[in-house]
Design a protein around this ligand. Structure first.
Ligand code: PLP
Length: 380
């Protein structure tokens, strides 16, 4: 059995999505900026895709801009807000994905922006009173807080954060990469200026995403070039990517309830079986609590042991793909800035399992049995 439990890093492409994309690789190859019929048919497909995304998010197509993925969309929201609107103060958290964290650090290093980081507890729950305190004492601010953490799964209450931001006239960007396609976002309800999506996190293709930018927030483009994306992002569009993104999102919304139930069931099964078959197992962040954490992510804390060094490698030998944190970190504990910020014990085996609609109960059982065998080697 070969088991893929690293769906927060990327998900397999849905065959239905591939079938929708394929004609745009072979038959419909025109450049969407060309005015002849080859170009026009592709332009019309892109605009249809934009309308699909906008409708699902309950917003207008004029507020959806296609990008090369979540990283670019996060960069555009943060960098362009600071540059275009002259924002000098930002609030974020040390638990953000590097797409946000490193962008904030760059703006701080260049002296353009001063960044304040929100306090959080050892489970990654943010202190929203601190957010109010910071906002009350600062000039117009950009707030960048993710919806769900990609490593530990902790969900932030972005509805309330959006309301706080509105109260203080702050610009609010939320990195919604991990929840897009898994939770419904209603932009008429959510007070965010920017949210983002990345197709490969919900069974779409890699290298394509989008930025939602509300019509009232006027920013300049991050990437200079042609007039594509209504002058907001130069460069010939990733046509088949965009077609695939819209299809993947349509499927995700269509089947969301069923998939959420299936995946939550797998996660609950894993929590239960791990507790049953292993001693001294716990869960990082809020990942064991259904409504407070992403149903696709379970971050497990295994007992301190000399096998932890080789934990991911040992799982890999047993044909189980999991992760120590975000896709950019390697060893089990090595690169996780999130676990470090939470003060997690590095001697323990901290490992992220993340699930998709394609996983099965048998795969979960196999992963738990494999871990149980590995940890039986620990002397009592
Ligand atoms: N933000 C979060 C929370 C993510 O999990 C990821 C990907 O892992 C990204 C941003 C980056 O998205 P992309 O891979 O599309 O650049």
């Amino acid at each position: 059995m070969r088991v893929y439990l690293d769906n927060a890093a990327t998900t397999p492409l849905d065959k239905e999505v591939f079938d929708t994309m394929a004609p745009f690789m072979l038959e419909h190859f025109g450049n969407p900026s060309s005015i002849h019929s080859h170009g026009r048919e592709v332009r019309s497909a892109i605009e249809k895709a934009r309308k699909t995304v906008a409708t699902l998010l309950n917003t207008s197509p004029a507020e959806v801009f296609f990008t090369s993925g979540g990283t670019e969309a996060d960069n555009a929201a943060i960098v362009c807000t600071c540059r275009s609107l002259g924002i000098k103060h930002a609030i974020s958290t040390k638990l953000e994905h590097h797409a946000v964290l490193h962008t904030m650090e760059m703006l701080e290093k260049s002296g353009d922006v001063q960044v304040s980081y929100l306090r959080h507890d050892e489970r990654g729950v943010l202190d929203l009173e601190h957010l109010e305190e910071l906002l009350a004492s600062q000039p117009r601010t950009l707030v960048s807080i993710m919806h769900a953490n990609n490593e530990i799964g902790t969900l932030n209450d972005i509805q309330t954060i959006g309301e706080i931001c509105r109260k203080y006239d702050a610009i609010f960007h939320s990195d919604t990469v991990q929840t897009m396609g898994h939770y419904k976002h209603d932009l008429q309800q959510l007070g965010a200026n920017f949210i983002v999506g990345s197709a490969h996190k919900f069974h779409g293709p890699k290298g394509v995403g989008f930025l939602y930018c509300d019509a009232g927030t006027k920013i300049q483009p991050l990437i200079q070039g042609g007039a594509q994306e209504r002058n907001m992002r130069g460069g010939t569009e990733n046509v088949y990517g965009i077609i695939g993104l819209a299809k993947a999102m349509e499927i995700a919304y269509r089947d969301m309830g069923e998939h959420a139930r299936h995946i939550q069931g797998l996660k609950d099964r894993m929590v239960h079986k791990l507790r049953e078959q292993l001693e001294d197992v716990s869960f990082n962040g809020m990942s064991e609590f259904g409504d407070k954490s992403l149903y696709t992510v379970l971050n497990v804390s295994l007992p301190a042991s000399d096998i932890n060094e080789m934990l991911l490698f040992s799982l890999d030998i047993n044909k189980i793909s999991a992760s120590g944190g975000s896709a950019c970190s390697s060893g089990a504990n090595a690169g996780s800035h999130v676990l470090r910020a939470l003060g997690t014990d590095p001697a323990r085996g901290n490992i992220r399992f993340s699930f998709s609609k394609y996983n099965t109960a048998e795969e979960i059982d196999y992963a738990v049995e494999t871990l149980a065998k590995m940890y039986k080697k620990i002397p009592a």
